[in-house]
Design a protein around this ligand. Structure first.
Ligand code: DAH
Length: 346
């Protein structure tokens, strides 16, 4: 047997068959024919029994096996690349087509106004503090000079978790927390946050709303400092023309206490339905920190004095943006929020 010729003939036959192949599937048929278990190439090995020069046969066998495998693999790669190219071509995205645009989100006026308030006070050197919304009786009442038999508790009837733990009724407990942390050192903070009361919801009330607490403690702090601070805040928020008026009031944690009004944004003080013909709109509560509160929270009331204030966040937002119903702030109706598109752009 002429081993060389025998193998050359098979190689020639293989090459001829391969030249006829036009598709990936046809190539698979040739692969099966030559390389499967009972294919042409493995079957060649059976012939070795019939030849005497087994070494040459073995070498020729390995040569043809490698050749067939390599050639088929190369050809397969060409088809695969081609196939991938076609698929990519098919999946091409036409970026010149106009896409469907996503609507831009709008910031809720509640958060927008907090940012504005923070900006004003940070500009005056205040730090922004945070406090827990789930408070205990001690911080929410006791340390603010509201003992358990105090009638002021009735006005702030709240949502209790147990007899000692409640959802805070105001941001004032942060005053006590900040004082205890500062351990007798000067303080200048604001604290925005949510508070809860057992109120029925209507146009101007909600069982959950926001307040910004303010607290300044240092030596020689007096009522004039409080008034100047609030005046600056009001004018920055509502415009230079706004006047403020301090009315005597009562809060257990401040002494003296005041209620602060601003001249009506709608009529400028002449009287209209918005200010119920008084020319003034109530905007916040404030006062000089009660010496009892200073002492309870670790300050020497002879050396230190301070002022505090509590601003209603929604009230400021409603006046600033002309919102008629507090509930709109919480509903997140996109038609309502879109009105703040311009105002709310940061
Ligand atoms: N905590 C009071 C409330 O929720 C508001 C308040 C009044 C806060 C006077 C103060 C203040 O810091 O000095 O009704």
């Amino acid at each position: 047997m002429d081993i060389k010729k025998y193998f050359d003939d098979i190689t020639k036959e293989f090459i001829e068959e391969l030249t006829k192949v036009k598709t990936y599937e046809e190539l698979s048929v040739v692969r099966i024919k030559y390389l499967s278990k009972k294919g042409v190439v493995p079957m060649l090995m059976l012939k070795i029994k019939e030849v005497s020069d087994k070494k040459s046969f073995g070498e020729a066998y390995n040569k043809i096996k490698n050749f067939v495998e390599l050639t088929l693999n190369e050809k397969q790669k060409v088809y695969e690349t081609e196939k991938l190219k076609q698929e990519l071509e098919k999946e091409k995205i036409d970026i010149s087509l106009p896409g469907s645009s996503l609507k831009r989100g709008m910031m809720n006026p509640y958060y927008k106004i907090i940012r504005e308030i923070e900006d004003i006070f940070v500009g005056m050197g205040y730090q922004v503090e945070d406090g827990p919304e789930v408070e205990n009786d001690k911080f929410n009442f006791e340390l603010l000079n509201i003992p358990s038999d105090h009638p002021a508790r009735d006005m702030q009837d709240s949502l209790y978790i147990d007899s000692n733990i409640l959802l805070r009724t105001h941001t004032s407990p942060v005053q006590a927390r900040v004082m205890q942390k500062a351990k007798g050192k000067p303080i200048k903070v604001i604290c925005p946050g949510k508070v809860y009361r057992r109120d029925d919801d209507d146009m101007t009330h909600s069982h959950q709303f926001g307040q910004v607490e303010g607290l300044v403690i240092d030596k020689n702090i007096n009522m004039a400092n409080l008034k100047a601070t609030l005046e600056l805040f009001i004018k920055s928020m509502f415009g230079e023309k706004r006047e403020i008026r301090l009315r005597s009031s009562y809060f257990p944690f401040t002494e003296p206490s005041v209620e602060v009004d601003i001249s009506c944004i709608n009529c400028g003080g002449k009287g209209c339905s918005m200010c119920k013909n008084t020319g003034w709109i109530e905007i916040l509560g404030a006062g000089m920190v009660n010496p009892k509160v200073l002492t309870m929270n670790g300050y020497d009331a002879d050396e230190y004095s301070g002022f505090a204030f509590g601003i209603g966040i929604e009230r400021v937002a409603m006046l600033r943006y002309g919102i008629d119903d507090i509930r709109r702030i919480y509903q997140n109706d996109i038609r309502f929020l879109s009105n703040f598109n311009k105002i709310c752009e940061d």
